[in-house]
Design a protein around this ligand. Sequence first.
Ligand code: ZN
Length: 148
Amino acid sequence: MSDAVKLTCLACEQTNRVPLARIGEGPKCATCGAPLVAGKVAEIDLRTHDKATRTDELPILIDYWAPWCGPCRMMAPEFARAAAALAGKTRFAKINTEDFPEISSRLGIRGIPLLILWHRGREVARLPGARPAAEIERFVRDRLRLPA
Ligand code: ZN
């Protein structure tokens, strides 16, 4: 039986197991103490990206962006608002494709911003282009069949 979910700490990359019932209680990483389910956007590197997308048992929505991209910067506050709205349901992170260009070629990313929703080691769906918070939230709820 498994009433706990595997979560990669988005700060230190350590794997944590969190009982599902505790997801809403502000669980912290056993190694570094960072909140595991913060309702905020975590800036991640390639190693953390790969671990979280391959092993996490709570959905994670990742923003593939770059500092030179105007629409990316415009979307950032919208993405943060959606992260707060979906706290405990889906974790939010962003990765700078300028710092980690290999991620763009591996995932076949031709334009940014691009959002990819991941769950249990597989890609669930992509949402290209800058979007308002409500649209990002609806995209996640639809794809995960969460009640509105
Ligand atoms: Zn940690």
